[in-house]
Design a protein around this ligand. Structure first.
Ligand code: ADP
Length: 453
């Protein structure tokens, strides 16, 4: 087992990895930007190294600074968390070249999964259903028009190197296509230094459903059930739950068996998430693989009782899945995660600043993953996630009720947060009925506006 791990991240996920390491008896090294000097991950790690100024390009994304910190502190491994360098195959390669284990899949697999068009082809080969669309990268507007004609409108243009919902455009009719393609290419080029686009059939009112995978270095793969993440605003998830109200045990088994085979075939190791869209008929179609731990991993942890971050570390250290998961994977009850962001719950503008008062809820079935404390300052430079509230109970309705009472007791003073928004969504009759799709939030906000609230 590793003796010392460097955590190449910040915020709640850095702290989450510190927790896993402490429980495994592994020493930790935190890295931080000047803006995060007083962060909890810095306080609770055994060692901490400042790696640069606030701007992530010069700190958390600066590979030479992170590697120097790892070398100075003499760590055996690096946990990248999510975001930042977590899906950067070049970074994983530099780690390996420096004799440091990267806690994640092999660089070649990260790279293959990072180009969504490749991942689509690989999954299709392994028998996973994909949406009708382009076979390769779109080469010209003329070719795109032909493809769209064959697929049938509406279609969605997506960036092969995309993430965070950027570089996507929905096209409803041929006349719009050339312009939207040019816009999406420009956006993808600026955001990902790669303007490559592909095309998929656009699904109306899809549910976003994703499966959690763990795979060891000996060809063993386990699926830890699914998460439903249909409550999204502008493709950013807000509320996630497990299990999905729409997935039956039969569907879970069928897709799980195909996924085990597919992940083995692509040589996948460590933790990963395979994302699908479900159409109104209940058919699932692959959209992408996230080759890292996800923000929403705790809902899976709550229903399966499996610590995914510890499993990642143990897999990277060469342990077998059969030693990590000593019992068959089962899902018990229902878990819901609310992402508490530092933002105005009505306008969604970021709300950084000092938290002047804080009460974190507790009690049975309540988990809070946060890096916030009273008097801490939420800097304006990074994403706005301040805390995740995860509530687990015997049934979906009980988990909703538990979340509502925990949100009531969750007090954050000094900044705006998304807590009031979560309270309204969780009380919405459509949400309560499990009648959700990725268009839920847009409809919900329109409804709230019309009602003047
Ligand atoms: P990113 O990596 O940028 O997050 P994804 O491929 O994961 O992109 O898609 C993000 C979200 O965009 C999905 O959860 C869904 O809401 C929407 N989306 C993506 N592809 C389609 C599609 N073919 N039809 C309808 N919605 C889609």
């Amino acid at each position: 087992m590793f003796k010392k791990i460097l955590i190449a991240n910040r915020g709640e996920i850095a702290l989450r990895v510190v927790c896993a390491c402490k429980e495994l008896g592994i020493r930790t090294v935190a890295v931080y930007s000047e803006a995060d000097r007083h962060s909890l991950h810095v306080r609770f790690a055994d060692e901490a190294i400042c790696i640069g100024p606030a701007k992530s390009a010069r700190s958390y994304l600066d590979i030479p600074s992170v590697i120097s910190a790892a070398e100075i502190s003499n760590v055996d491994a690096i946990h990248p968390g999510y975001g930042f360098l977590s899906e950067n195959a070049g970074f994983a390669e530099v780690c390996e070249a420096s004799g440091i284990t990267f806690i994640g899949p092999k660089p070649s697999v990260i790279e293959a999964m990072g180009f969504k068009q490749h991942a689509r082809t690989a999954m299709q080969k392994a028998g996973i259903p994909i949406l009708p669309g382009s076979k390769g990268i779109i080469e010209s507007a003329e070719q795109a028009l032909e493809m769209a004609e064959a697929v049938g409108y509406p279609v969605i243009l997506k960036a092969s190197a995309g993430g965070g919902g950027r570089g996507m455009r929905v096209v409803n009719e041929p006349a719009e296509l050339p312009n939207l393609l040019a816009q999406a290419q420009a956006e993808a080029g600026a955001a990902f230094s790669c303007p490559d686009m592909y095309m998929e059939k656009y699904i109306r009112k899809p549910r976003h459903i994703e499966f959690q995978v763990l795979a060891d270095h000996y060809g063993n793969v386990e699926i830890l059930g699914e998460r439903e993440c249909s409550i999204q605003r502008r493709h950013q998830k807000l509320i996630e739950e497990s299990p999905s109200p729409r997935v039956t045990p039969e569907m879970r088994k069928t897709i799980g068996d195909s996924l085990k085979k597919a992940m083995r075939e692509v040589g996948y190791t460590n933790a990963g998430t395979v994302e699908f869209l479900m159409d109104e008929d209940g058919s699932l179609y692959f959209i992408e693989v996230n080759a890292r731990v996800q923000v929403e991993h705790p809902v899976t942890e709550m229903v399966t009782g499996i610590d995914i971050v510890k499993a990642q570390i143990r897999i990277a250290a060469g342990e077998k899945l059969s030693d990590i998961l000593t019992e068959p994977v089962t899902m018990r009850g229902h878990a819901i995660e609310c992402r508490i962001n530092a933002e105005n719950p009505v306008t969604f503008t970021p709300s950084p600043g000092k938290i002047t008062g804080l009460n974190l809820p507790g009690g049975i079935g309540v988990r809070v993953d946060t890096w916030a404390y009273s008097d801490c300052v939420i800097p304006p430079y990074y994403d706005s996630l301040v805390a995740k509230l995860i509530c687990h109970a015997g049934s979906r309705q009980e988990a909703i009720n538990r979340s509502l009472r925990a949100l009531d007791m969750f007090i954050v003073e000094g900044i705006h947060t998304s807590i009031p928004l979560h309270q309204r969504i969780l009380q919405d009759p459509e949400f309560q009925a499990g009648d959700i799709d990725t268009g839920f939030i847009a409809r919900f906000l329109d409804k709230s506006k019309a009602a003047g609230s």
